[in-house]
Design a protein around this ligand. Structure first.
Ligand code: NDP
Length: 253
């Protein structure tokens, strides 16, 4: 994992599940100097706090709250100094059940989009100056996580072309829509920030046993996340704006 290590990383929703396991993998890379892991309630982030490493900083972040985002960005800026941020992993997310033929529920739809999509856009925009700062430290056009990158944790359910079932089979209408929007954001952001030399990709990690994935999911965290994290290190210009399975297999939008 040494060829293109980022010096600094932010992982959101890192107190459990996929986010926690990404942090546990990244901390093994001794070339990373600073990992900022976020939790809504730092006091209760026991598993994260049990990682005994001075490079790990745990900061509170409620992604749907602008005040929380602003405080987080201020503290992150302070921690990073003039180095900027190399890698942002937008992982925090929720899954709210919603069916076409169920009761219309505006607040459920709004919450689904607020956490999974809107908050990802806002947080990434607010961290853009730090991402630009790190990218400007290198010359040339090369894109990588060691320079400056945004990795958005999407879902296989985001793919319109691959999912041929309605929400009565799986009550995940709102979730799928929110993740399809994540993919659109990924594509647009990759184009908008290409000249700033920021790499942006979306990943489908696989169906994984977590609170969100449930106990019957195909994969354990140990089976899926090391592959996902090793793919981060392989990303280059050819991947910018793309949507990938954890092993970097291309997925259709
Ligand atoms: P978990 O439910 O285990 O973890 C979700 C994480 O997101 C928690 O840390 C949670 O914090 C955090 N979070 C939720 N809402 C907010 C919020 N408003 N502000 C800040 N943090 C928040 O889920 P997973 O680990 O499985 O999911 C992680 C990501 O992976 C999600 O984006 C999910 O959509 C995606 N994914 C998961 C798959 C799976 O099979 N598991 C498959 C495909 C994608 P808290 O503990 O405070 O609630």
């Amino acid at each position: 994992m040494t060829s293109s290590s980022p010096k600094s990383v932010v992982v959101t929703g890192a107190n459990r599940g996929i986010g926690l396991t990404i942090v546990q993998q990244l901390i093994k890379d001794k070339n990373i100097e600073l990992i900022i892991a976020t939790a809504r309630d730092v006091e209760k982030a026991g598993d994260l706090k049990s990682i005994n490493d001075s490079r790990l900083h745990i900061l509170p972040l409620e992604v749907t709250c602008d005040k929380s985002i602003d405080q987080f960005v201020a503290k992150t800026t302070e921690l990073l100094g003039s180095n900027g941020l190399n890698l942002l992993v937008n992982n925090a997310g929720v899954m709210i059940h919603y069916k076409t033929k169920g009761e219309p529920n505006r607040s459920a739809l709004a919450e689904q989009f607020d956490v999974n999509t809107i908050s990802m856009v806002i947080l990434t925009q607010k961290l853009l100056p730090l991402l630009k700062e790190s990218a400007s430290k290198s010359s040339g056009d090369q894109l990588s996580i060691s320079r400056s990158a945004v990795i958005n944790i999407s879902s296989g359910l985001a793919s319109i072309s691959q999912n041929n079932y309605g929400s009565n089979f799986m009550p995940l209408l709102a979730y799928s829509m929110s993740k399809t929007a994540v993919n659109q954001f990924t594509k647009a952001f990759s184009i908008d920030t290409k000249d700033d030399h920021i790499l942006t990709v979306a990943f489908e990690p696989g169906w994984i046993q977590t609170n969100l994935g449930g106990p019957n999911a195909e994969l354990t965290l140990e089976q899926a996340i090391p592959t996902l994290v090793s793919s981060f290190y392989k990303l280059n210009n050819s991947h910018n704006g793309g949507y990938y399975l954890r092993d970097l297999t291309v997925l259709p939008y």
